[in-house]
Design a protein around this ligand. Structure first.
Ligand code: GLU
Length: 505
């Protein structure tokens, strides 16, 4: 690496929510930049107005914030290269200037074909592509005379500017992940660079802006690899290959079963989120997000980092600082990484245990509020969360595992008590209520002791009584130690819950 300051960019088009692949691209950009003490830039590539989706840009900002991947420069943060939205950058005149320069140098040309003419061609020729093999039969500045072209321009006839792909040239570049990549130019079509409305297409804008923003490394999804030869040629024509950023095309994230790219549909089919946060589609349907599913951002980021990268050691749980310190492009795998939701949950569980309760307590409180569970005593809340956190994989699990500490269960699994229930046990629990009400000590160990003594006095094995007691206190067969539960919910509530279930049996 030369000693230019590292500058990377994430350049999304605001067309929808960010799925796993998108966030991982952000993450690798961010880690690489921070590892090298560089800058991470967020540029919004919104030149295709037909694909513009309301709310998508805001979603991207929020998502980066949630993940802790704050850009150094962006439409929100500003920076030395404002504006950071391509639709606003059009006014700088750069796109038009460079498109004209390419035409003047014979590296691009004006094409005047109307939508109808193009449609007719598509009908006539299967898989029609506007390219060196077909351009001679089209209406463009290569087939028209100079005077004819000038006349159309003067008359204001709509045109696009297309790149003139050279014949039979091997366009090569060095990808940081794949090594040398080569494309034969004869196989590439003449992509539109400037549209009839004066907006650049992605191909022109990405090159012009990467240059203008002094981007040194450009990481993006592997689906952009086929576009690379156009970009390399544009770099060569406009700014010279020495100025070109180093490319890395990140491998795909694959579906857990079978091969192929992980898609929204796989998430729906297999019941896991593929978006970072909930994304609401125009038709009102929602693509589920990891955040709303109960993931901690630390776990989400950790899990994503390990999808296609490893530190070369056994370590799996990484803080952001550790990732920044250890990240290197050399350890990014060439092949796709299979997504595994069980593993994702494992990371979350690890992070729930690793972080201080206080750091995720507010999130759990919000979940409780949504369920109408009121928490008055914050010290008790913290104690309860500490007690049950080992049992929770997702933050939402706390509703079941901890909610009953603050609200009497309404659904009691009496079906699990009934088969072994008899008069003797009924009488025992009536006595147990009295015992609990009168007990002078209220510590789990004391309660356990008194309960067992009472069982012995009634010639009952404590083992037969624990499950009914648990179900009475929490509603079902879950939760931490049953006497710890009694200690925390208190004397009155313990007696009340036993009495309530006895009434049902
Ligand atoms: N605007 C492109 C996208 O939405 C970015 C591709 C790139 O990073 O060059 O994915």
């Amino acid at each position: 690496m030369n000693n230019k300051k590292v500058r990377v960019r994430f350049a999304p088009s605001p067309t929808g929510g960010l799925h796993l692949g998108g966030v991982r691209t952000v993450l690798f950009n961010y880690l690489f930049a921070k590892h090298h003490g560089g800058d991470f830039i967020l540029r919004i590539e919104d030149t295709d107005q037909t694909r513009f989706v309301e709310g998508a840009e805001e979603y991207i900002f929020n998502c980066l914030k949630w993940c802790g991947l704050e850009p150094d420069e962006s439409p929100l943060h500003g920076g030395p290269h404002v504006p950071y939205r391509q639709s606003e950058r059009k006014a700088l005149g750069l796109y038009e200037k460079y498109a004209k320069q390419l035409v003047a140098n014979g590296q691009a040309y004006y094409a005047f074909d109307t939508a109808e003419e193009l449609d007719a061609k598509r009908k006539e020729i299967n898989n029609f592509q506007y390219s060196q093999h077909t351009r001679n039969a089209m209406k463009n500045s290569l087939t028209l005379s100079g005077a004819e072209t000038q006349q159309l321009l003067d008359e204001g006839v709509p045109y696009v500017v297309r790149i003139k792909m050279p014949e039979n040239v091997d366009v090569k570049f060095n990808d940081m992940i794949r090594g040398e990549v080569s494309f034969n130019s004869s196989l590439c079509d003449d992509k539109v660079l400037l549209k009839a409305d004066g907006m650049p297409t992605y191909h022109l804008a990405v090159v012009v802006d990467d240059h203008d923003m002094e981007i040194t490394h450009a990481f993006r999804g592997e689906e952009w690899l086929p576009s690379a030869p156009v970009h390399v040629l544009l770099w060569q024509y406009l700014f010279g290959l020495d100025a070109m950023p180093q490319w890395a095309h990140l491998p795909l994230i694959l579906k857990p079963d079978g091969n192929g790219k992980l898609s929204k549909r796989d998430g729906d089919r297999l019941g896991f989120p593929v978006f970072a946060m909930d994304w609401q589609n125009a038709d009102g349907t929602v693509n589920a997000g990891f955040k709303e599913r109960g993931f901690l951002p630390e776990a989400f980021v950790n899990m994503l980092a390990m999808l296609g990268w490893n530190a070369g050691t056994e370590q799996e749980v990484f803080t952001m600082e550790e990732l920044v310190q250890q990240f290197s492009m050399e350890r990014v795998h060439k092949g796709g990484a299979k997504f595994d939701f069980e593993k994702a949950k494992w990371y979350n569980h690890e992070w729930i245990k690793k972080l201080e309760v206080g750091s995720w307590k507010p999130e759990v409180k919000k979940l409780f509020e949504e369920k109408g569970i009121v928490v008055m005593d914050d010290a008790k809340f913290e104690k309860v969360l500490e007690l049950v956190k080992d049992r929770c994989t997702l933050l939402n699990d706390f509703v079941q595992q901890a909610g009953f500490f603050f609200q009497s269960p309404t659904a009691i699994d009496t079906a699990s008590i009934k088969p072994k229930w008899d008069e003797k046990k009924q009488l025992f629990f009536v006595e147990a209520i009295r015992m609990f009400e009168q007990s002078s000590l209220w510590q789990a160990t004391d309660l356990e002791h008194s309960f067992k003594e009472l069982a012995a006095a009634n010639q009952l094995k404590p083992g037969e009584l624990m499950l009914p007691l648990r179900i009475m206190l929490v509603g079902g067969k879950f939760g931490p130690g049953v006497f710890e539960i009694a200690e925390l919910i208190g004397r009155e509530e313990t007696a009340k819950r036993i009495g309530y279930t006895l009434g049902l049996l």
